[in-house]
Design a protein around this ligand. Structure first.
Ligand SMILES: C[S@@+](CC[C@H](N)C(=O)[O-])C[C@H]1O[C@@H](n2cnc3c(N)ncnc32)[C@H](O)[C@@H]1O
Length: 276
């Protein structure tokens, strides 16, 4: 069954890559001219750990914008994604911006990565919309620990599990729970046309399977895999990317819940160190 989920999600992501490359949201032209695609949260919280020559593994790198943004800051990067379209596009972009000498891109299911990639890294990084695609965070945590050097840093900036509980057709005046927090490993099935970066797009691969994970489900396996918690931060805002009608984009470019700017956690960040 997991393979069926993976196949459906892969078809959807392969189709999304072309839409995203030509979307305003991803602004590939701006990136080619030097724009950094990382958010202020990642730059301020992980940036101090990334120096010239830092080796960085980016899990679920999509088509490589964030991976290459870390390379522009000095890191020697490896980006991983299961989408062949994403990896091919990332390699092309690395060539276009002159970073292919310090950027490697690998096509793989993140949970199977130890079968296809050797080595260990100073930093393992993931961000924004990665975890909902993974059904097995026990295995994911083992993969994170496997690829970290002793003393290495794991960092993730991610949408908050709470953000996925609210009914996604709710108005700000009628916010209500639409999905369970405790999903017990069962995915939600969605069948939705369009795309978060281009809601008007007509897509063919509309069925996806997504898992919301509570905090214990995210953090406990990482602790058990030999990582130590440095910090966990929660924010009442997020980068643009959640397509919910009860959110609005503020002057600072961040999304918040309309009428409840400080009330709801919409994103979190987590930094951990591998013991040893
Ligand atoms: C929302 S995107 C993450 C975006 C990322 N923050 C970035 O750098 O642009 C989610 C990514 O996860 C990838 N993905 C989903 N399931 C995966 C899996 N099992 N193994 C590897 N990649 C996966 C998708 O192809 C997609 O690129």
């Amino acid at each position: 069954m997991l393979d069926d989920y993976l196949k459906a999600n892969l078809a959807s992501w392969d189709e999304a890559v072309g839409l995203h490359v030509s979307s305003q949201m991803y602004d590939v032209e701006g990136f080619k001219q030097g724009r950094c695609s990382l958010s202020d949260i990642e730059v301020s919280e992980l940036g101090p750990s990334v120096h010239e020559g830092t080796t960085l593994l980016h899990l679920q790198c999509h088509f490589g914008l964030d991976t290459l943004s870390w390379a522009r800051r000095g890191a020697v990067v490896t980006g991983v994604d299961f989408s062949g379209e994403g990896i091919a596009t990332a390699r092309g972009l690395a060539d276009d911006v002159g970073l292919s000498a310090r950027a490697t891109f690998v096509q793989s299911d993140v949970l199977a990565l130890p079968d296809v990639l050797q080595g260990s890294f100073d930093v393992v990084f993931a961000s924004w919309g990665a975890l909902i695609w993974l059904g097995d965070l026990e295995r994911w945590a083992q993969v994170v620990a496997h690829f970290l050097k002793p003393g290495g840093t794991f960092y993730i900036a991610e949408f908050h599990p709470y953000a996925f509980l609210l009914a996604d057709d709710a108005s700000p005046e009628s916010l209500r729970i639409g999905y369970p927090y405790f999903q017990y490993g069962r995915p939600q099935r969605f069948d939705e046309p369009g795309d978060y970066a281009d809601p008007e797009a007509t897509t063919k691969n509309t069925v996806t399977f997504e898992w919301n994970h509570g905090f214990a489900e995210i953090i406990d396996p990482l602790l058990r895999s030999g990582l130590r918690l440095d910090f966990l931060h929660e924010f009442p805002h997020t980068i643009v990317g959640l397509p919910f009608p009860f959110l609005e984009v503020d002057a600072d470019g961040l999304q918040r819940v309309k009428g409840h700017h400080d009330d709801f956690p919409l994103s979190f960040s987590l930094k951990m160190t591998k013991k040893g």
